[in-house]
Design a protein around this ligand. Structure first.
Ligand SMILES: *Cc1c(COP(=O)(O)O)cnc(C)c1O
Length: 395
């Protein structure tokens, strides 16, 4: 017996639900890539990406996923043999570092765990020890999608400044842009990367990179530059050079519409919606966690992300059973545990095109699953989420 027919709820941390408006905006014929309309589309997308990144620097759009944006960032500012420091707080910064290592960069990881954010004091101490200034860049994620940690980027910037260090600060915002505040220029971030398919509500396939003045100076010396990713190539006089070839037109139509939706709602309201719904999820998880059979991956409440929550199953139950049940019987697709939490956790995404019924529905389905599979858990998770929203979402 299942009760899954109806609209499927995709509750994985990317790709996320694409709004019908965005799907409709993509349902049109291709256009001339040399036309004025396309030039305007490109100009408006680049300008508005800069607005969302919070930078007056340059923005670049790649026909690529987030991994492509990672490679674009690394190859444009670094050279073979350069040293970089990767700040671990889960899976993703480490993955970015592995990519850099394969490109010939010397990668050191500042060790961290899946349960805590990056410690700015540890970063400051490591950079102070680098008297020769050998470390050329610091790589960090704003939200780590595996652990569901949110890192404090201004505090990380402050640590670099306190150490008097000259390294570039490079931030992955793939699971945080359009979800929570990010202010590249105000926060002193030199390079930021993102992707289309999470907070930006567009199908996968666009990678974004923003570069500030210091990163552009480093670009002038970088030895890892390649034709496809190269920022200078993309500043060339022909429109197609912005994409190093044919633009990913339909994804751009979608992105344009998605950014319009974000601006219509207002970015401050978008962030507040995410915060309220994320907290509803956390209230539910806190209730389920009574008794300890289930719990948050991230210990400190202030370090829990507003885009995704990673939930540990401490009972020895296989989280894949829960995911499978919720998917096949209830029509809710939960995220699986990845990296060190593979087989030990599941994830509830709460990013992008989400509202109260989607989140309450997802939480309700998880609670049905926990009950049906007799996985030990505290009662009243959905009720706690309801109580939170009833108190916070004023009439
Ligand atoms: C999803 C994600 C990535 C990888 O993006 P892809 O589009 O899958 O290549 C990188 N970093 C973070 C923080 C992510 O959430």
């Amino acid at each position: 017996m299942t009760v899954r027919n109806g609209r499927e709820f995709l509750s994985i941390p990317g790709p996320t639900t694409v709004p019908d408006e965005v799907l409709r905006a993509m349902h049109r014929p291709a256009i001339d890539l040399y036309s004025g309309a396309h030039l305007e589309l490109t100009a408006s997308c680049l300008a508005d990406l800069g607005r969302i990144f919070g930078t007056k620097g340059r923005s670049y759009i790649y026909a690529a996923n987030g991994h492509g944006a990672w490679e674009a960032a690394v190859t444009n500012v670094l050279s073979r043999g350069d040293q970089i420091l990767v700040l671990e707080s889960g899976r993703f910064a480490v993955g970015w570092g592995q990519m850099a290592a394969m490109l010939g960069v010397e990668v050191e990881v500042l060790p961290g765990t899946y349960s805590r954010a990056v410690d700015p004091a540890a970063l400051e101490a490591r950079l102070r020890a680098d008297r020769a200034g050998a470390i050329k860049a610091v790589l960090v994620v704003q939200i780590d999608t595996a652990s569901s940690v949110v890192n404090d980027i201004p505090a990380i910037r402050a640590a670099i400044d306190a150490a008097g260090h000259n390294a570039l600060l490079m931030v992955d915002t793939i699971a945080s842009l359009g979800i929570m505040p990010f202010a590249m220029d105000d926060w002193g971030v030199d390079v930021a990367v993102s992707g289309s398919q999470k907070g930006l509500m567009t199908p996968p396939g666009l990678g974004f990179v923003a570069a500030g003045a210091k990163a552009l100076r480093a670009h002038g010396r970088a030895g890892l530059r390649t034709f496809y990713w190269d920022w200078t190539q993309r500043e060339g006089p022909e429109h197609y050079q912005k994409y190093c070839g044919t633009p990913p037109e339909h994804l751009l139509f979608g992105l344009r519409q998605a950014m319009d939706l974000l601006f219509q709602e207002g970015l401050a309201n978008v962030f507040r919606r995410h915060r309220l719904l994320a907290e509803a999820v956390r209230r539910a998880v806190a209730a389920w966690a009574a008794g300890g059979a289930l719990g948050f991956a991230v210990n400190e409440p202030a370090e829990r992300a507003d885009s995704v929550t990673t939930i540990l199953l401490n009972s020895g139950d296989d989280p894949e059973r829960l995911r499978d049940y919720c998917n096949r019987h209830l029509g809710v697709v939960l995220g699986l545990g990845i990296g060190a939490l593979s087989g030990k956790a599941f994830r509830i995404a709460h990013m992008g095109h989400i509202n109260a019924p989607m989140i309450l529905g997802t939480l309700g389905a998880v609670e049905v699953g926990l009950g049906a599979l007799a996985i030990p858990h505290g009662q009243g998770g959905v009720q706690a989420a309801i109580d939170w929203l009833a108190a916070e979402v004023k009439a």
